[in-house]
Design a protein around this ligand. Structure first.
Ligand code: ADP
Length: 309
């Protein structure tokens, strides 16, 4: 199984002509309430591709928490992944304007209250999995403990440090696969004092950063660059270039989560890296063709259709 550590967030999004100004109330054209959060997206993305998925998602004790179980059920995931902690459920609110430009605020809620103790209660499930996935919508203690348990059991670990904060040296040392987008790679570079190019998808621009990260623990660094595709770096090997699939993008939200889910499923299945990158890129492309994330995450048929052209 794949084990996904957090997060669950109820995402509310209003479609508006233009983003509201300070003090202004606007009429919205549409309003969407969608169960999401990077953890749920990763879990659903992997499940749709046929993987067996387990994990730990925190919900609060408010009305929003009730949206979690039906969402998991609808995706074919077990409610045993849910852990209730006192306080509010993670929630986000966003606006998307007529140009597809958006702004967003997320309150982590229960996700931030998931601690090492909750993780330790699932230690056997973590140790028995094929690959563990984490992102930064949960706190450092939970990520560090999950990765420590995984590494001690010889389980692969994948980290997507999003929303970005610099991973602690301990977390980075326990990370086998690091996936960063353009913004996160720039922030990583800034934290390490290494400049990274903006806009160019040439591997050469990212090689110094990738080597610096590879020296700190991971044995695979993947940089995703939106419509410019993705790059993969391993120590002592030439970089791999994965172009993006040419699709008409409607809403790029969730592309990174879909990409990461595809990559994880491929790697956990023991497929060669170039094939995993291709699966990942096609998952990302599928999601950007539709509004929203949950229902846009592709199944194997949608993927096959895209790969067949
Ligand atoms: P994030 O959502 O984290 O910002 P990216 O925007 O880098 O991540 O997208 C992740 C991956 O999804 C890309 O590497 C690419 O394969 C795919 N993707 C993203 N945007 C597009 C697009 N407009 N057209 C085709 N593929 C895309």
């Amino acid at each position: 199984a794949l084990f996904v550590l957090g997060s669950f967030v109820v995402a509310c999004s209003a479609t508006v002509e233009r983003l509201p100004r300070a003090g202004e109330s606007l009429q919205a054209q549409a309003f969407l309430v969608e169960p999401g959060g990077k953890g749920l997206n990763l879990a659903v993305g992997a499940r749709r591709l046929g993987a067996v998925v387990d994990g730990l998602l925190a919900i609060g004790d408010d009305a929003l928490a009730a949206l979690a179980e039906p969402a998991l059920e609808r995706a074919g995931l077990s409610a045993a992944m849910l852990r209730r902690v006192p306080g509010p459920t993670g929630a986000g609110i966003g606006f998307t304007d007529a140009f597809g430009e958006n702004c967003l605020a997320v309150h982590p809620g229960a996700n931030a209250r998931l601690g090492a103790a909750e993780v330790r209660a699932t230690a056997e499930r973590i140790a028995g999995s094929a690959l563990v996935l984490a992102q930064f919508e949960v706190g450092d203690d939970a990520v560090a403990e999950t990765f420590r348990i995984a590494r001690a059991a010889g389980v692969q670990t994948l980290l997507n440090p999003s929303p970005f904060r610099m991973p602690s040296p301990g977390i980075l040392a326990d990370t086998a696969i690091l996936v960063v987008n353009a913004v996160e790679s720039a922030a990583f570079g800034a934290a390490l004092g290494i400049p990274v190019p903006c806009g160019a998808a040439e591997p050469s621009g990212f090689e110094v950063l990738a080597s610096a990260i590879l020296a700190r623990g991971p044995d695979l660094v993947v940089v995703t660059l939106g419509a410019s595709g993705a790059l993969a770096f391993q120590a002592g090997r030439p970089a791999l270039v994965q172009p993006a699939f040419p699709v008409a993008a409607v809403d790029t939200l969730g592309a990174g989560d879909a990409f990461t889910a595809g990559l994880a499923v491929g790697l956990a299945g023991g497929r060669p890296l170039p094939e995993c990158l291709r699966i990942a890129a096609s998952c990302g492309a599928c999601v950007v063709r539709h509004k929203g994330v949950f229902d846009a995450l592709p199944d194997r048929a949608a993927l096959a259709a895209l790969l067949a052209g």
